[in-house]
Design a protein around this ligand. Structure first.
Ligand SMILES: NC(=O)c1ccc[n+]([C@@H]2O[C@H](COP(=O)([O-])OP(=O)(O)OC[C@H]3O[C@@H](n4cnc5c(N)ncnc54)[C@H](O)[C@@H]3O)[C@@H](O)[C@H]2O)c1
Ligand SMILES: [Zn+2]
Length: 366
């Protein structure tokens, strides 16, 4: 189940986000049209293309050419690839380079890369001259189906992930599925953790589609991306600022997932891999606290395994380390635990009945 050859024409969806709507283009060969498409939405001249040092050598030239042909003046700014670049220091360094390049409040930012670049460039766009437009050009499956949608931007600190950030919706999202051809297999597969999460919390039919998923069906992949964008944007639209608890269901599997990611020092597991394990822990807790049938948990574990995602914790990873990392999670603010559980595939809700002991048990069972 690796990257696939993509056919199919451009399809365009609209992510509805409360008062704000923005367009998401999904299709093949869209990088070449990037300049023209952005031009339809922005009457500005200068921009920063923020990318990482894996993605920039692959696509920045094409993106730059397309922007120049639409009369934009882009400046390319590259960061080292990987989660370690999602820091305040890196955001500051990018801002300094933007100032040095003469970019001002009339400029805009293009984030060309995976979720790391998307979160970091979006954060920079949110704070530069107190907010300039952001165009998301996601280049990983995870970023297409998840991180480019919803307007959450931010960076990590020593103490945890995404502790500093801002809400800033993109002006436009351009998903050129051709870019996925160069994505390493492991990176491609991890995108399915977020897709499976979406199925568990909101779409039982998509869960069945995934159970029948065949590799290399290009049109199906585009439809799948579109469906996931719709699921996420619908949930976000109900609770854009993450205040009422409705948006929080997107965090299913993430409480333990983030702790695993941190315990592995952000090196041992990709985000989607840690999430896979976090989903299994959340299922264990859901059996106990929300009446999830065991056979549904088993079906979820099977599906994660089918997509090459981890379903067991390595023996040598200390469970205590994960448990310590967990307590730093934003969701434990004020000592209260709000944990997302599922009572059946296709639905999820926030529970206040889950105890730290339940979570410890679920981690120990992994
Ligand atoms: N803002 C949100 O709502 C949200 C949601 C989910 C995840 N996230 C964040 O997203 C991040 C994870 O995103 P990710 O998995 O895309 O990670 P990533 O951005 O680190 O990309 C993964 C790796 O693939 C490389 N890469 C990217 N596109 C490529 C391509 N087309 N060809 C070859 N290599 C390519 C990157 O250089 C990197 O090494 C995490 O920081 C997570 O917190 C944010
Ligand atoms: Zn995630």
């Amino acid at each position: 189940m690796g990257p696939v050859a993509i056919e199919e024409r451009v399809s365009c969806g609209t992510a509805a986000l409360g008062k704000q709507r923005y367009r998401v283009f999904i299709g093949k060969g869209l990088l070449k049209q990037l300049g023209a498409r952005v031009r339809q939405h922005l009457d500005r001249k200068t921009c920063a293309i923020i990318s990482d040092d894996n993605v920039a050598p692959l696509f920045a030239k094409q993106v730059r050419r397309s922007l120049v042909s639409a009369a934009f003046r882009p400046t390319l700014i590259t960061t080292p690839a990987g989660e370690k670049s999602k820091t305040l220091e890196q955001a500051g360094a990018i801002c300094d380079q933007m100032i040095a390049a003469g970019l001002d409040r009339q400029s805009f930012v293009i984030g060309l890369g995976g979720g790391v670049v998307g979160d970091l460039s979006g954060f920079v766009a949110a704070i530069y001259h107190r907010c300039i437009p952001h165009v998301q050009v996601p280049t990983t499956l995870l970023a297409m189906v998840d991180s480019s949608i919803g307007g959450k931007t931010g960076v990590n600190t020593r103490d945890g992930k995404n502790l500093i950030g801002a809400f800033h919706h993109p002006l436009l999202v351009i998903d050129d599925v051709e870019v996925l051809k160069t994505l390493p297999r492991r990176e491609f597969d991890q995108g399915f953790a977020e897709i499976i999460k979406h199925a568990i919390i909101a779409d039982a039919r998509m869960f069945q589609t995934l159970q029948r998923w065949e590799a290399a069906d290009a049109a199906a992949l585009q439809r799948l991306i579109k469906r996931n964008i719709k699921i996420k944007s619908k949930i976000v639209a109900k609770d854009e600022r993450d205040r009422t608890g409705e948006r929080a269901i997107l965090n299913f599997g993430h409480t333990v997932g983030h702790a695993i990611e941190r315990a592995g020092d952000y090196r041992q597991f990709l985000h989607g891999e840690a999430l896979s394990l976090g989903i299994i822990a959340a299922c264990g807790i859901s059996i106990k606290r929300a009446g999830l049938p065991r056979d549904q948990r088993d079906a979820i574990v099977d599906l994660l395994r089918r997509f090459g995602l981890p379903t067991r914790l390595p023996k040598n990873l200390s469970r205590d380390k994960i448990f310590d990392a967990l307590k730093l999670d934003k969701k434990f603010e004020g000592g209260k635990i709000r944990f997302v559980v599922t009572s059946r595939i296709g639905s999820a809700h926030l529970s206040r009945d889950v105890t730290l002991e339940d979570i410890r048990e679920a981690i120990e069972a992994l």
